[in-house]
Design a protein around this ligand. Structure first.
Ligand SMILES: C=C1C[C@]23C[C@@]1(O)CC[C@H]2[C@@]12CC[C@H](O)[C@@](C)(C(=O)O1)[C@H]2[C@@H]3C(=O)O
Ligand SMILES: O=C(O)CCC(=O)C(=O)O
Ligand SMILES: [Fe+2]
Length: 348
């Protein structure tokens, strides 16, 4: 990535970070997957934050460090070399430009499908004669993280008293699962603030469209999540843990009981941030709808019917910060203010 001149910085989004600091910030839920109470804590975290950190996750450290080494090696290559594996249409190397609709950030990345048919030969010229090391590191890591993500989804199904424990996890385990893997690199940005104290954006605010996202980063800060009250909090980095986001599809399947979390990354002044994210998505043909067993009494679905293909198509027409689910929400008539069992008011 090239060093930015001052006028070049202007094209990036800037966010105001000089808001008055609220007196109390809740801390990010921490879930120990080896503890018997984890399922109820997971449900609570998904309802309140749509985001949590997991420890005792069972992903071997070796898989994490191998992949981080491969990623750092890749991002250290000259830009002209990295660009040979781009553009990300939809998979490959991308630099500053995120998605097809004009979003930009202080980030470079590699977007990969987790499908076994992915053609790593595109990487051959730059990763040496044998792109196998890179492919192996991705495969080992993704399989372990997917296993852990599925365990979390099964605990969640249990915690919600759903009979079929695999109701969510089977979508990720399905051979046709439309899951994505992403390596992000945020180079340090020494002049990451403008004169008004606003920070330069690494990855603009958004929710992830899939079911869940499993994120791991090195020890560099930058990730922030939005709380229900609209305040943003910084997520302290922890390279030994994983962070899990509820995605839009899980919000719909739980009829809004779980909330997909808005999050963003701000550029760091001094250190490089490297993150690796597995986005667990359903097969393209899968209908995304609230689970009947989660609907209480005469509760209606908050969403129109759609398949993952339809949602994804619509998501790729949107900008990062858009409320993508908005287009699929049902217009719910306001609750009748008057008690129908009593006589109507005289104006009727
Ligand atoms: C601006 C965009 C980038 C994105 C596709 C989109 O049009 C809207 C959703 C974005 C997002 C966010 C989560 C993941 O990083 C991602 C791969 C995804 O599935 O949806 C990105 C898309 C992208 O970078 O292409
Ligand atoms: O890089 C990160 O830490 C988060 C990036 C992110 O939210 C995404 O790629 O969807
Ligand atoms: Fe994200």
């Amino acid at each position: 990535m090239v060093v930015l001149s001052k006028p070049a910085i202007k094209q990036f989004s800037l966010i105001k970070t000089c808001k008055p600091t609220p007196t109390f910030f809740p801390s990010i839920p921490l879930i120990d997957l080896s503890k018997p109470d984890s399922k109820s804590l997971l449900v609570k975290a998904c309802e309140e934050f749509g985001f949590f950190k997991v420890i005792n996750h069972g992903v071997p450290t070796e898989f994490i460090t191998n992949l981080e080494t491969e990623a750092v090696q890749f991002f250290s290559l000259p830009l002209s070399e990295k660009e040979k594996t781009g553009p990300p249409n939809p998979f490959g190397y991308g630099n500053k430009s995120i998605g097809p609709n004009g979003d930009v950030g202080w980030v470079e990345y590699l977007l990969l499908t987790t499908s076994p048919q992915f053609d790593y030969q595109r990487f051959e010229s730059i990763l040496g004669k044998n792109p196998e090391n890179f492919r192996c590191a991705v495969d080992e890591y993704v399989s372990a993280v997917k296993r852990m993500g599925c365990e979390v989804l099964e605990l969640l199904a249990d915690g919600l008293n759903i009979q079929a424990r695999d109701v969510f996890s089977k979508l990720l385990k399905n051979e046709q699962s439309d899951s994505v893997f992403r390596l992000n690199h945020y180079p340090p940005c020494p002049e990451n603030q403008d004169m008004n104290g606003r920070n330069l954006i690494g990855f603009g605010e958004h929710t992830d469209p899939q079911i869940i996202s499993v994120l791991r980063s090195n020890n560099t800060s930058g990730l922030q999540i939005s709380l229900r009250d609209g305040n943003w909090i910084s997520v302290p980095p922890d390279q030994n843990s994983f962070f899990i986001n509820v995605g839009d599809s899980l919000q719909v399947m739980t009829n809004g009981k779980f909330k997909s979390v808005r999050h963003r990354v701000v550029a760091n002044t001094l250190k490089s941030r490297v993150s690796m994210i597995y986005f667990g998505g359903p097969p393209l043909s899968e209908k995304i709808a609230p689970l009947p067993s989660l609907m209480e009494g005469s509760e209606d679905s908050l969403y129109k019917e759609f398949t993952w293909f339809e949602y994804k198509k619509s998501a790729y027409k949107s900008r990062l910060a858009d409320n993508r689910l908005g287009l699929f929400e049902k217009i719910v008539a306001p609750l009748n203010k008057f008690d129908k069992t009593k006589a109507p008011p005289s104006i009727w």
